[in-house]
Design a protein around this ligand. Structure first.
Ligand code: FAD
Length: 410
C-alpha cells in the first residue's frame, strides 16, 4: 500500500488541527484569484440566481450560443482542473507540493453512445497509466453511467427483463469495466465507483460488490461509495462487512452524504413511495459519523475515504482515529474534498500528516455542466445564511488586509 501513501514525512501526532487557518487554506491563491473566487461565491450565494443560471446556461448551450469562454473563466475554473489530463497537470503538480493527491475524475455526463462510453473507458485507462507509481495521483474514479446508458442501468436495477440487444449492450459494459479493473490491479491504482441516484444504485451496489469480491483479495482495488443521506446505508454497511469477513475479501468505501437529495425527494413524492432520504440533516450527520466509526473499527479489512467538507465529521474521524490508535498516515484512511471547495480542511489536514486528496474533475466544458450545476447548488445560501466557502474567503481577505498593516507585512 505504501506507494499510495502521500505523507512521506514523519506523522505530526501532537499538532492540534485548526481549520480556521485560512492563510494555509488559500496559500495557492494570489489576491486576484481570491477576488475571483469571492465574486463567484457571492453570485452562487443567491439561490434564485443559481436556478436562473442553470436554466439559461443549459438553454444557451442547446441553441449553440458561444458561452464556453465565459463558463470556462468563471465557475469551470473554480471547480474543474482542465479540459484534458494535460491541461490539469499544473493543478496536480501544485496540489502535490502541499502533499495533497489528486483523484482525476473524467467528468463527462449525459452521454449515451457506444463511442462515448469507449472514450470514457479509454480516458480512465489513460489516468491509470499516468497514475501508476505516481503518488500525486493515488486513486482514480468512475461513474458507471459514464460507460453504460442510465436507462439500461435502471432496468437492471429493477430487474426488468432485457431483450437480446440490451443483453449484448450489458455484456459490452461488463467488458469495459473488467478492462478498467484488470488494468487498475496490474498498475496498483485503486478505482472509486461513484454513487448515483437510488433508482440506479442497487445495480451499482451489486456490480461494485461482485468486483470487490473479484479484485480485492490482497488490496482494495475497487472502492464503492455510500451516501449517508440514505436511511438504509448503515444496514447495508453492516451487511457488506459481514459478507467480506465471511468470504475473505477487502472492502473499499468512500463515505459521502450524497448529491441528489432534491431529485430523490421529488421523485419519491411524484411516484408516491417512501423517500430514501433521511428525515433530517441531523440524522444524515449522525449516520455519517456512525459509518466512520464502523469503518475504523474494521480497518483491517476496510480502506476508507471520507469525502466530506463537514468540519465536525472530519474532526470526529480524527478523534476516533486517535482513540483507536490509528496513525494519521494509516494507508487505509483517506480524507477527500472536491476541487474548489474546503481548502481549509484539505491543506490543514495535509499539514498534519493525514492522507488527503482532492477530487479533480476535468473534461470538455459542455460535458461538465451537470457537475458544475450541482456544485453551484451546493454552495448556495441556505436559509439566508452565507455559504461556508464565502465566509472563509471573506476571512482570508480580511486577514490579508490586516497582515499588510503589521510591521513587515506585505
Ligand atoms: C471526494 C468526494 C467524492 C464524492 N462523491 C460522491 C458520489 O460518488 N456520489 C454522491 O452522491 N456525491 C458525492 N460527493 C458529493 C457529496 O455528496 C456532497 O459534496 C456532500 O453531500 C456535501 O456534504 P458534506 O459532507 O460536505 O457536508 P455538509 O455540507 O454538512 O452536508 C450537506 C449534505 O447533507 C445532506 N443534507 C442536507 N440537508 C439534509 C436534510 N434535510 N435531510 C437529510 N440530509 C440532508 C445532503 O447530502 C447535503 O449535500 C462527493 C464529495 C466528495 C468530497
Amino acid at each position: 500500500m505504501a506507494n499510495n501513501n502521500l505523507a512521506s514525512e514523519p506523522t505530526v501526532k501532537e499538532k492540534k488541527i485548526f481549520f480556521g487557518n485560512t492563510e494555509n487554506a488559500f496559500k495557492t491563491k494570489n489576491n486576484k484569484a481570491l477576488r475571483r473566487s469571492l465574486f463567484l461565491f457571492k453570485l452562487m450565494g443567491n439561490p434564485a440566481l443559481v436556478k436562473l443560471f442553470s436554466k439559461l446556461t443549459l438553454f444557451a448551450i442547446k441553441i449553440g450560443l458561444p458561452i464556453k469562454p465565459l463558463i470556462k473563466s468563471t465557475i469551470y475554473q473554480q471547480f474543474c482542473a482542465g479540459e484534458s489530463i494535460e491541461e490539469s497537470q499544473a493543478t496536480i503538480n501544485n496540489l502535490v507540493k502541499s502533499k495533497v493527491g489528486s483523484i482525476l475524475d473524467y467528468s463527462v455526463e449525459g452521454k449515451d453512445s457506444i463511442a462515448d462510453f469507449d472514450r470514457t473507458k479509454n480516458e480512465v485507462l489513460r489516468i491509470i497509466d499516468i497514475a501508476k507509481g505516481n503518488p500525486a495521483i493515488p486513486y482514480t474514479s468512475i461513474k458507471l453511467t459514464g460507460i453504460l446508458r442510465g436507462d439500461l442501468l435502471e432496468k437492471i436495477n429493477f430487474q426488468t427483463r432485457l431483450d437480446a440487444k440490451e443483453e449484448a449492450e450489458y455484456d459490452e459494459f461488463c467488458n469495459r469495466l473488467d478492462t478498467i479493473f484488470v488494468n487498475a490491479r496490474a498498475n496498483n491504482v485503486p478505482v472509486y465507483i461513484d454513487a448515483e441516484e437510488t433508482w440506479l444504485q442497487n445495480a451499482i451496489d451489486k456490480i461494485a460488490e461482485e468486483n470487490m469480491r473479484k479484485y480485492n483479495r490482497e488490496k482494495a482495488i475497487v472502492l464503492t461509495t455510500l451516501q449517508m443521506y440514505r436511511w438504509d446505508r448503515m444496514d447495508y454497511l453492516q451487511k457488506l462487512i459481514w459478507e467480506a469477513r465471511r468470504e475473505k475479501f477487502l472492502i473499499g468505501i468512500k463515505l459521502v452524504r450524497g448529491a441528489y437529495m432534491e431529485k430523490e425527494n421529488k421523485r419519491a413524492a411524484e411516484k408516491n413511495y417512501k423517500s430514501p432520504i433521511q428525515p433530517s440533516k441531523e440524522k444524515t450527520d449522525e449516520d455519517f459519523d456512525k459509518a466512520v466509526d464502523l469503518c475504523l473499527q474494521n480497518i483491517d479489512i476496510i480502506t476508507l475515504c471520507a469525502g466530506t467538507h463537514n468540519e465536525a465529521s472530519t474532526l470526529h474521524l480524527i478523534d476516533t482515529m486517535k482513540k483507536l490508535k490509528i496513525s494519521n498516515d494509516h494507508p487505509h484512511v483517506y480524507f477527500s474534498q472536491l476541487y474548489g471547495m474546503s481548502d481549509h480542511i484539505t491543506f490543514n489536514l495535509a499539514d498534519s500528516g493525514y492522507n488527503v486528496t482532492k477530487y479533480l474533475p476535468y473534461g470538455p466544458v459542455k460535458s461538465t455542466l451537470p457537475y458544475l450545476i450541482r456544485r453551484a447548488e451546493e454552495n448556495t445560501a441556505i436559509a439566508g445564511q452565507m455559504s461556508r466557502e464565502l465566509k472563509l474567503i471573506l476571512e482570508e481577505k480580511e486577514r490579508r488586509r490586516f497582515s499588510k498593516m503589521l510591521p513587515g507585512g506585505k
